[in-house]
Design a protein around this ligand. Sequence first.
Ligand code: GLN
Length: 485
Amino acid sequence: MSITSATASELLAKMNSGEISSEEITSACLDEISRRDGSINAFLSVQQEAALEKAREVDRKRKAGKPLGKLAGLPVALKDNICSEGVTTTCASKMLEHFVPPYDAHIVEQLKAADAVLIGKTNLDEFAMGSSTENSAFKTTTNPWNTAYAAGGSSGGSAAAVSAGFAPLALGSDTGGSIRQPASFCGVVGLKPTYGRVSRYGLVAFASSLDQIGPFARDVTDAALILGTIAGKDRRDTTSLDAAVPEYTSTLEQPLKNLKVGYIELLHEEGLHAEVKEATLRALDVYKSLGAEMVPITLPHAKYCVATYYIIAPSEASSNLARYDGVHYGYRAPHFENMIDMYAASRGEAFGDEVKRRIMLGTYALSSGYYDAYYLKALKVRRLIRNDFEQAFQSVDIIATPVTPTPAFTIGELVDDPLAMYLADIFTTSANLSGIPGISIPAGMSKNNLPIGLQLLAPPLEEERLLRAARMFERETDWHLKRPV
Ligand code: GLN
């Protein structure tokens, strides 16, 4: 396997045996970026010099036999809504086009401590609002499998970077599916941890009760490796959980005994693309052949997920984004009459249409007179959705579903139809609303040669179970070995 298509674990082994250096790996990734990112548009910025410098430092340390971190010498791409000290963090918004954070996000500190090589910041839908990166103020990321198609979103740049061979690992954020959906579209592994498993300190907030940072990787082992380095309690995020972080990679090869896989009857519903349905059923057969028991489950409130999510997420967004007022930091309109006018002009000029739409939806849902009817009601339904999962996990260990109703759509296909775009979040939003972990793993290819993912869900803090179940599937299949040509 070439450097740019190898997994992180393969590259680590080669570095440890002295076969290859981090500088060679980093240079190969940078070359691939300069050769092909002009058509993929995964990156908003590339930290070429800093990356090479870090790679050489790791090589020196390795040669000298000094202790090294778990990701020593591996290039990692970061979604551009994760703050990195001294490096522009734009959220793909004109509002933060020139914003240089004076501090690192918690996970960036963790990556640095693990000796990772931070290679660049990746494209996203503005403030992570969207499913295709078409809402980025700067560029649209294309799908490495076919550039006429969307890479997905909002973490489309991170998914495309791992798929295209630009970096073996990347991080993204998932508020309603933004890691799992682009992972599925680009044929890579994407994991949304339990809410609170990974600190949100330094992640630019979209919807704080739903946001969670997680990894993209070329296989399950790599996802386990990087999750282990970023998970854990951080006192600067009061919602981060004080629970021990298991050594995910050490148990990965142990298959789960007496595994009970829950599946939903939704599979027989309309709106689901035939090839996605087929891939999901085939995946269930793989588990069956491994001796797992298939248990039909019902999630009676799942049909309300999209409606609930699109009340709660915009409500929190409207509050979180109030800070961009043209005063503290970010864009300020050049011409205005008075203070109120300055706020309006700055926000009006620097936010894109989708962000404005969310702010208006959220402000409306939270306004007095509508608060009870929309926001409060959505919170109650959210509880019912969570209860559904608690109930289901009484009788199953994991739940398997599609990630998205269709394989990747073409660029431009849905962008003018926000409602259709929202409805496609039907399978992913439930995990955020209920706080549980979810993973997307490659599980098929469409006739058009586009990847199809399988989603697995587990109870809170059961990432270890999720990863082991995903690895069981991966060992039996070769979807994760396919690379775009
Ligand atoms: N597609 C969803 C939205 O537009 C999810 C985005 C996300 O997870 N950041 O809100």
